[in-house]
Design a protein around this ligand. Structure first.
Ligand SMILES: [Zn+2]
Length: 105
């Protein structure tokens, strides 16, 4: 038996750059550019939502980082096992409070 086939055009997803998950600025780059940061946030509670609770972010600046970090803190603050960029909720809460205080001065 011989294999048979036909010519087909195949579409393939190819990474072309990064988009900031906060301000949606885009860059064409193979690697995360300097000044950008990747982080994740989620919680480890039992059930299906633990895996689904994890969000991965790429952000273009410290300001976008703080903005999403604060949003994630508000989402996860009642979860004992919540983690944002390797910070537990106690540490994350102190950081958010400190930044809010410092930026309002
Ligand atoms: Zn941004």
């Amino acid at each position: 038996m011989s294999r048979t086939g036909e010519n087909k055009l195949v579409e393939k997803w190819v990474p072309t750059g990064y988009e900031c998950d906060c301000c949606h600025k885009k860059v064409s780059s193979g690697d995360l550019p300097k000044g950008w940061k990747s982080f994740s946030a989620g919680h480890g509670e039992w059930g299906n939502d633990s895996h689904e609770s994890y969000n991965n972010y790429d952000v273009c600046s410290f300001y976008c980082y703080v903005s999403l970090f604060t949003e994630e803190y508000e989402r996860l603050k009642d979860e004992d096992s919540g983690v944002i960029d390797h910070c537990d909720m106690t540490y994350a809460g102190s950081l958010v409070t400190y930044i809010k205080t410092a930026w309002n001065e």
